[in-house]
Design a protein around this ligand. Structure first.
Ligand code: PEP
Ligand code: MG
Length: 320
């Protein structure tokens, strides 16, 4: 048998017939950046800023945040996109400087963007400081800096975030402020969300799967349910992709699903046009896309979405 061909380590993502699909990386700190550049990523699709401050008793100072964000932004050349996620706080990812009540079921509690609307609005100042720091850090850098909020459950939250981001000087009109689609509610109302001021959507398939399957992603006993191949999850991604196409606004995926080469092709078939993943997964996903036309990805998506189970969806997609 022929030796396996080495995966391609550079070049933009595209299908064999030339449809561009941005290949981006997930990072937590500036230390992750060298691996991203080595993988030939077109930028960062998910900068998980809460990783910088997990367990911090004190709110990080504005100047400290500017310095840390700027170190990441400056590492990327002109033409790169860097999508910064605002702090994804919650009982599962504790940021002690964000005040929250006791919650019996943290996954369904005041987490993500909700945490900053909680506590009589007093947490809002923390988010405002972060948005101002991102704005300041992005001044004059070559990369294109985008900002998104985690765990947005619908249009009112999305509009609230856009308004706050605009007052902090971020480019809402230019489409650089968006949301994560991580709940069935935001996937099913992506049409109205994207018809509003929200500039883009990035689907967090880890949480979207957890909330679609009603299965805690932290619970090992339910691990087999945490599978983004489930047709219910694929249909929600398809609804979001279709809403993006209708509104002319970009839809990406930044959960684990983007790192599975076969599933990545299905996602593109569902209307997704950027994929963000661990740097180590990029080369194989690049090659999987380069081996298929957009129409073929679309046919895979139709078959997988119509399946009954995650396993059958995977098998249906693989029948090429
Ligand atoms: C997700 O939920 O898919 C996601 C990308 O965010 P996180 O894994 O950080 O919750
Ligand atoms: Mg998430």
């Amino acid at each position: 048998a022929a030796a396996a061909k080495a995966a391609t380590l550079s070049g933009p993502g595209r299908t064999s017939d030339g449809e561009p699909v941005k290949l981006l990386a997930n990072i937590g700190t500036a230390a992750d950046v060298p691996a991203v550049l080595a993988a030939g990523a077109e930028g960062v699709g998910l900068f998980r800023t809460e990783f910088l401050y997990l367990g911090s008793a004190e709110e990080p100072a504005f100047e400290d945040q500017v310095r840390v964000y700027r170190a990441v932004f400056e590492a990327f050349p002109e033409g790169s996109r860097i999508v910064v996620r605002t702090l994804d706080a919650g009982a599962d990812k504790p940021l002690p400087f964000v005040r929250l009540g006791q919650e019996p079921n943290p996954a369904l509690g005041e987490r993500g963007l909700r945490a900053f609307r909680a506590f009589d609005g007093r947490n809002e100042a923390v988010l405002r400081t972060q948005l101002l720091a991102i704005r300041e850090a992005s001044r004059g850098v070559a990369a294109d800096v985008w900002v998104m909020a985690p765990m947005v459950d619908g249009t009112p939250e999305a509009e609230w975030f856009c308004e706050l981001a605009e007052t902090c000087g971020l480019d809402v009109a230019g489409g650089r402020v968006g949301i994560m689609v991580e709940t069935p509610s935001s996937a099913l109302t992506a049409g109205p969300i994207l018809a509003g001021r929200t500039g883009f959507a990035s689907i967090g398939t880890n949480d979207l799967t957890q909330y679609t399957m009603a299965a805690d992603r932290m619970l090992g006993a339910l691990g087999t349910l945490q599978d983004a191949w489930h047709p219910a999850v694929l249909q929600l991604i398809g609804a979001t992709g279709a809403a993006g196409e209708a509104a002319g606004k970009p839809v990406g995926v930044c959960g684990e699903a983007a790192a599975d080469p076969l599933l990545a092709c299905v996602l593109v078939g569902l209307g997704v046009r950027s994929l963000s993943m661990a740097p180590s997964a990029i080369a194989e996903v690049r090659d999987a896309l380069a081996a298929r036309t957009l129409a073929r990805c679309g046919a895979m998506a139709v078959r997988a979405s119509a399946a009954a189970t995650a396993r059958e969806a995977r098998e249906a997609a693989a029948e090429e």
